[in-house]
Structure formats: C-alpha cells, structure tokens
Design a protein around this ligand. Sequence first.
Ligand code: ADP
Ligand code: ADP
Ligand code: MG
Length: 458
Amino acid sequence: MFEKVLIANRGEIAVRVIRACKELGIRTMALYSEIDEQSLHVQFADEAICIGPAEGNQSYLRADRIFSAAEVGNVDAIHPGYGFLAENSTFAEQCRDCNITFIGPSPETIASMGDKSIARGMAKQAKVPVVPGSDGVIESEAEAKRVADGIGYPVIIKAAAGGGGKGMRLVNNSVSFSKEYRVARAEAEKSFGNSSVYVEKYIEEPRHIEIQILADKHGKVIHLFERDCSIQRRYQKLIEEAPSPFLTPRLRNEMGRTAVRIAEKCGYVNAGTVEFIVDKHGKFYFIEMNARIQVEHGVTEEMTDIDIVKWQMLIAAGEKLTIDQKDVKICKHAIECRINAENPLRNFSPCPGEISFCYHPGGYGVRIDSHVYSGYRVSQHYDSLIGKVIASGHTRDIAINRMYRALSEYIIRGVATTIPFSRAVMLDQGFREGKFSTKFMEEFLARTPVETFILPKL
Ligand code: ADP
Ligand code: ADP
Ligand code: MG
C-alpha cells in the first residue's frame, strides 16, 4: 500500500479523499492556493503546501507546481479528485513518467473517454445503444446540419471535450441550427480549448441514470448498480438518489451488465461511471463515461456499504477486487442534496462570502461531506459546492423524510444556499411519487412560489 498520497484538489472532495487515506493508514499531503489556507483539507492532511494564487490556472491546474510539491513530499501516488486535472490525460501521463501512481484510469483511457465522441464510438463498438447522432465529431456546418435534419429536431449539439454541464446547445428546429452551431463551437473553444462538436438527438423528458463501476488491474470489473440523477438544473445535477425509483430489477441488471461490457471493452481500471439517459419506455442510451470519482459517489457508498474511494486507492496500488458481483447488494435507499452557495431567488447565481455561522446536521442516517465551517469564506474562484447531505434509510420514504429533517436542521448564515430549495423538493408530490424526468426542475420552479426558498430563521 502507498505510504503517502498527494491530494491534487480542494474542497469537500479533498476532505473525502483524506478521510479514506486516514482509515487506510496512509499519510496525506494537501495542496492549497493562497486563498485556501484556512480550508479543512489543509488542516486535516498530515502536510500541506501552498502552490500559488487563488485562480485555478495559477494553482490547482498547475501540473508543474503539483509535481514540485510531490517531489518535496516524496509521495507515492496522487489522487486528482474531480474537476481540475482529474480527466487530463497529459497529467496522468506525467505521473507515470515520474513514477508516481495516478489514482485513476490510464492516460490512454482518460484520453479516449475525455472525448465524448470517441467514447460514443467505443460504446457503439461494444454494441451498446447510443443516442442517435453523428459518427464522431463534425467538421463543417453543412455536414452537421445534414445529420441534424436526418435525425430530426430537436437535437443537441455537444462539445466533444465538454463536462460539468457546459458546452451543450439545444436546437429546436432547422431554422435556428446555424446560429446555435456557431455559438456551440465558439463556447467549446472558449471553455475547453477545443471547438470539436457532435450532434445527438434530443431525447425528450428522459431520466439520467448512471452506473458505478469498479475495475481492478487484474481484469475484474463489477458494477455497484445505478444512481438516478434526473433532478438537474441546466444539465447540472442537484439531487441524486439510489436505487432509481424508475428501474425494474430486470432493467437494472441489463444496464449494469452493459456498463461492465463498456468498461471491459476499453480495458478500464479504477472507479468510473457510465452515464445513460433512459426514455419513458425504459429504452436506455449511453451518453458518456466519467473516468474519475464523481460528486455523487457517496449515494452508492451508502446504498451498498462499499467505500468507493478506499477501493480507488487499493486498486491503484494493484490489489485485487475482493468483492464479487453477487455480493453487491442494495442495502438502503440513499438520497443526496448538493448544497451550493447559490441564491435560488436570484436565478441560482453564485453567492460567495463569509459563512458567519454554520451548523451541519447529523443524527441517524445522515452523512455530511463538507469542507466549510463557521467563519469560512466561500471564494468566487471555485465552483459553488459547499457540501453534500446524504440521507439513507431502508425505504425511499424514510430517506426522503430524513433528508427533509436534516435540511430543516441545517444552519448556514452569511451566504445564500440551495438548502431551502432542496427542502421544498422533498415535499413535492411528483418527487415523492418518484415520477420525474430531467425536466423536473423547470416545472417545479414554475409551480413553486419563491417564498418557499426562504427559510425561517431558527
Ligand atoms: P456532461 O459531460 O456535461 O456531464 P452529458 O453528456 O453527461 O454532459 O449530459 C449532461 C445532461 O444533459 C444529461 O444528464 C441530460 O440531462 C442532458 N442530456 C445530454 N444529452 C442529452 C440528449 N441527447 N437528450 C436529452 N438530454 C440530454
Ligand atoms: P459529476 O459528474 O461528478 O456529477 P459534475 O458534472 O458536477 O460532476 O462536475 C464536477 C466538477 O468537475 C465540477 O466542478 C465541474 O465543473 C468539473 N468538470 C467536470 N467535467 C469537466 C470538464 N470536462 N472540464 C472541466 N471541468 C469539468
Ligand atoms: Mg455527464
């Protein structure tokens, strides 16, 4: 096993990784930007080193500085978390060149999965249904329009290098295609430094259902069932749960086996997620594979009682997966609400500032993954996720009521958060009945009075 791991990330995921290391008896080294000096990940790690100013491209994205830190700390391995360099194949390759284990898949896998159009091609080869659309990226507007006209509107234009809900444009008819195509390319270039796009049929009112995979270096691949992440805003997940209230045992097994097949086909190693959208008839389509730990991994951990982050470490160190597929069980229902420092009354705009007072709820069946505390300053330089609440219980109803209870006890003063919003969702009839699609948020926001999102002061 590794003696020391460097965590090349910040925020709640850095804290999460440090916790797994501690439980495995691994020493930890944290990195931080100047503005993050007071962050919990810095305080929890055995060692910490400052790597530059607040801006991501001056700190957490600076591979050169990260490798200098790795050398100073003499670490065996680097955990990249999610975002930043987690899906940067060059970074993973540099780790290999320096003889430092990258805790994640191989650079080759990252490179092919990081290009969503290549990943689509690989899924097709593995005989996995993909959303009808173009073969690979499209070079010219005329060709793109031909594909779109052929599959029929609405279509979605996607950046091949996209992620985090960015780089997608919905096109409702052929008249607006040209404009949207140009905007999509320009946005892709600006956000990802890569203007390649491809076209997919827009599936109306689908569910987002993804399968968690674990694969060791000895060729064993298992899945840990699904997560339903249909509660989204602007293609970004807000509330996730497992198991999905929509899946039948049969569809669950079929999707699980399909995800395993993709992972096997591409020689995938470590934890990963195969994302699908599922239409109302239960027909599922591959959309992408995330070659990293995901924000919502904790939902699966609570459902299956399997520590995914620990397994990332064990797998990277070359250990064999000792869990067989038949041993993976749905032990509980788990729901996660992402807590963002955003103002639901102002169109969910980020709300940086000092948290004057913070109380994280607890109690039976409630898990909090967070890096914030009273006096913590939420910076505008990073994404607005300040924590995650995961409530679990033997039934979905218990988990929902428990989540409502936990969110009611959550106190964060000084910055606006999505807590009251998520709390309102827990009371929503459609949500409680498990009847929703990725359109849920739009409809919920339209029918829910904004006053609902203001919590009475405790
Ligand atoms: P990202 O890389 O940003 O995560 P994804 O391709 O995973 O992008 O898509 C994010 C979300 O966008 C999905 O969860 C879904 O809600 C929506 N989406 C993506 N592709 C389609 C599609 N073809 N039809 C309908 N919705 C889609
Ligand atoms: P998840 O798939 O785990 O739900 P999100 O889509 O919420 O993850 O993204 C997690 C973090 O990673 C966010 O900060 C997001 O901006 C970042 N991220 C994800 N994919 C990319 C990408 N391709 N390029 C840059 N940042 C990304
Ligand atoms: Mg995705």
